[in-house]
Ligand binder design. Structure first.
Ligand code: NAI
Ligand code: MG
Length: 503
């Protein structure tokens, strides 16, 4: 069945997507239905998308389980690699359509999506390159046995995807899971259901066997929860909110499901007075407002040494004026709207909280009400100074374009503030003192520390959180680890087993 996905950025007629993708077929929901998905730039629906219910999840899981027993389960790694490479090529050719769909669904500028999607082609290539390297080891014990390990796919994986970077999140989970030989059921966020369906078309064209990749958009509390509870799902790979992860641990406890979690952050971005201040400000302002602040990796706590504090505050104020906020379809726009109404409300409420708690509003702080943007979910790039690390805006994830600038007096204090958080995903350090770069980066509790750069993330760099930022790592040479089990085989060379009851 042909599925039409082409859409232009300014399309005003409602797009209709009718089908879930299960067992290699486009099917109508059995017990789900349809939802309107909102374009956050206009606040109006741009598409109608299918959502699956309990029965739809059940048949997707059955298809994924069955596929493991079929040709996919027997396919050698280099053939899986070839399929993933074909997918990468098809993905590369589809990036323009995908960028527009992602932008309509989540509001980030088309050009940001285009850049991210181009990188995802490399990501798929990387996963393909790992698919035939899931080697075990031989274990020297003694001459009586041959002991070795094999790496086997963990089984059926439920990939539960957030709305802030739908295709990137899907790529990191699905690319690795398929390379490892697993099968997947993807549950995109209800706010951004469409792009994973387009990916299904590409998977189909690439020639993956039926049931290997299934997509069931749906509500988190219905389709998502059922996927987590499902006894035939071996593992859940999730990116999203910490409270959702805790709920999942309870829901998935029945069959001791495996989990990988990527759960956000409150990254410290530390600027010492001895830094290349210009570059530090470039990076810190980019990371405060990029993707409208809706990324777990961004430096939402900017820690600045007191001697340069007011200078940095001033630079943030000036730079905020240069941020072009506008319709995400425009090529010259730096920042789009918040991705959904709930997030808009959340961001505005944290802006109010910051003021109540005594932070100094330097610039921004309001929803944008110009005629062109008033119906969308646009918020001004916002800067708060004199933030203390005890304030809620320094402790809780805002996920909006809100920079919080916290002064510090010395290295010890900077490290103490940086680590005084439940999170530990990423961090940034700006200093030209080599010793300090090593001292500070080694003491910060975070999965990734960037020194004199920021948001540098590639397929080959392991990514994930310590503390409450998550479990496990995506990317890197060990990217398939979370989707594999190690099994040990011991073979006797004699085949003889003594009678233990002989005397
Ligand atoms: P969420 O964690 O509720 O949603 C993420 C995904 O989980 C969606 O696909 C959703 O349908 C699904 N889900 C929700 N409840 C579920 C359940 N009980 N069982 C199974 N699946 C479920 O996040 P939400 O509410 O969309 O965003 C709230 C906040 O979470 C944001 O403001 C942000 O602070 C944080 N967040 C962090 C992300 C990250 O990249 N680490 C991504 C998205 C949100
Ligand atoms: Mg939620």
């Amino acid at each position: 069945m042909a599925v039409q996905f082409s859409v232009t950025p300014q399309e005003t007629t409602l797009q209709r997507y009718e089908h879930l993708y299960i067992n290699g077929e486009w099917v109508t929901p059995l017990d789900g239905g349809y939802i309107e998905t909102i374009d956050p730039a206009s606040g109006k629906p741009w598409a109608v998308a299918p959502i699956g219910g309990i029965q739809d999840i059940d048949r997707a899981v059955l298809a994924a389980r069955t596929a493991l027993k079929g040709p996919w389960g027997k396919m050698p790694g280099h053939e899986r690699a070839a399929l993933i490479r074909r997918l990468a090529d098809l993905f590369s050719a589809a990036t323009e359509d995908l960028a527009i769909i992602e932008s309509r669904d989540n509001g980030n500028p088309v050009r940001d999506h285009r850049n991210s999607l181009a990188a995802q082609v490399q990501w798929y290539q990387w996963f393909a390159s790992l698919a035939d390297k899931t080697q075990g080891t031989t274990i020297p014990i003694d001459d009586s046995v041959h002991a070795f390990t094999t790496r086997v796919p963990i089984g059926v994986v439920g990939a539960i995807i957030p709305w802030n970077a739908p295709m990137l999140s899907t790529c990191l989970k699905v690319g690795a899971a398929l390379a490892a030989g697993c099968t997947v059921v993807v549950k995109p966020a209800e706010q951004t259901p469409v792009s994973a369906l387009l990916l299904a078309r590409l998977v189909h064209e690439a020639g993956f066997p039926p049931g290997v990749y299934n997509v069931v958009p749906g509500l988190g509390t219905v389709a998502g929860a059922h996927l987590v509870q499902h006894p035939d799902v071996n593992k859940i790979s999730f990116t999203g909110e910490g409270s959702t992860a805790k709920r999942m641990l309870r829901d998935g406890s029945e069959n001791l499901k495996r989990f990988s979690f990527e759960l956000g952050g409150k990254a410290p971005h530390i600027i010492f007075a001895d830094a290349d201040i210009e570059s530090a400000i470039n990076a810190a302002t980019a990371s405060a407002w990029r993707l409208t602040g809706q990324s777990c990796a961004l430096g939402s706590r900017v820690l600045v040494e007191r001697s340069i504090y007011e200078r940095v505050v001033e630079a943030f104020r000036e730079r905020a004026k240069c941020v072009r906020v506008g319709l995400p379809s425009r090529e010259d726009v730096h920042m789009g709207p918040q991705s959904n109404e709930a997030q808009l409300k959340k961001t505005l409420s944290y802006i109010a909280v910051a003021q109540q708690e005594g932070a100094r509003l330097v610039t921004g702080g309001k929803r944008i009400s110009t005629p062109e943007l008033a119906s969308g979910y646009f918020v001004e790039p916002t800067v708060f100074a004199d933030v203390t690390n005890q304030m809620r805006v320094a402790r809780e994830e805002i996920f909006g374009p809100v920079a919080c600038l916290i002064p510090f007096d010395d290295e010890e204090e900077a490290i103490a503030i940086a680590n005084d958080t439940i999170y530990g995903l990423t961090a940034g350090v700006w200093t030209q003192d080599l010793g300090r770069a090593h001292r500070v980066s080694s003491r910060i509790e975070a999965g990734t520390v960037w020194v004199n750069t920021y948001s540098f993330l590639r397929w080959s760099t392991p990514y994930g959180g310590v503390k409450s930022s998550g479990w496990g790592r995506e990317n890197g040479i060990n990217a398939l680890e979370p989707y594999l089990e190690t099994c040990t085989t011991v073979i006797s060379k004699t085949g003889k087993f003594p009678d233990l009851y002989a005397d």
